[in-house]
Design a protein around this ligand. Structure first.
Ligand SMILES: [Zn+2]
Length: 110
């Protein structure tokens, strides 16, 4: 059984066959119940997934807000470089900062 529900739902798959809404009403009760249960189960998965994505977004926003409030007093700064190329003018120097308090990581180029 492959279940798909295009949006808006006009067809569902039942026992490898596409069932249109018109033909759905001609199915017996058991088949209709099966399709409806599948639809509800899939809807629940979709809703759960969307809610989890929403929670990730909320948590991401919370972390961003925390990082904006932090002044990073305990930040660890590591100087980095990319040198040794033929053209010395392409040498790069930057510093990588990590704050253990708020988790922020950023690079500062010179
Ligand atoms: Zn910080």
């Amino acid at each position: 059984m492959i279940y798909t529900h295009p949006d808006p739902v006009t067809t569902v798959n039942y026992k490898e066959k596409t069932v249109t809404l018109e033909s759905f009403f001609k199915l017996d009760n058991e088949a209709q119940e099966y399709i409806l249960k599948s639809y509800r189960d899939q809807q629940r998965i979709k809703d759960s997934y969307n809610f989890a994505k929403f929670q990730i977004q909320e948590a991401t926003n919370a972390i961003k807000e925390i990082q904006e409030r932090c002044v990073h007093p305990a930040k660890v700064s590591v100087p980095r470089s990319d040198t040794g190329k033929w053209d010395r003018s392409q040498d790069e120097y930057w510093t990588e900062h990590t704050c253990p308090d708020c988790g922020k990581f950023w690079r500062e180029y010179k």
